[in-house]
Design a protein around this ligand. Structure first.
Ligand SMILES: [Zn+2]
Ligand SMILES: [Zn+2]
Length: 78
């Protein structure tokens, strides 16, 4: 199961978009010329920008990437 970041609905793992609200469930690069996009590589949920090309991720365009907003000091590994 994959929980929607927007509405918290539990979707099937194979779903690319939430069946309840249409939000993307898999974070991918939005740059069609990027190797990550060509290979359909999934990026971390918290990724706001693609690590390879610097383009906005799909989650970022939907306002779902948490970026720095939800990161607390205790969540950092160091
Ligand atoms: Zn949803
Ligand atoms: Zn990219």
């Amino acid at each position: 199961m994959k929980k929607c970041l927007r509405c918290k609905h539990n979707n099937n793992d194979e779903n690319n978009y939430c069946i309840k609200c249409g939000a993307p469930l898999k974070n991918v690069c939005t740059n069609v010329r990027c190797p990550n996009w060509e290979n359909n590589n999934q990026l971390p949920d918290e990724a706001a920008f693609c690590p390879l090309c610097g383009s906005e991720t799909l989650f970022k365009t939907y306002g779902l990437a948490s970026s720095s907003l939800d990161i607390k000091d205790e969540d950092l590994p160091f």
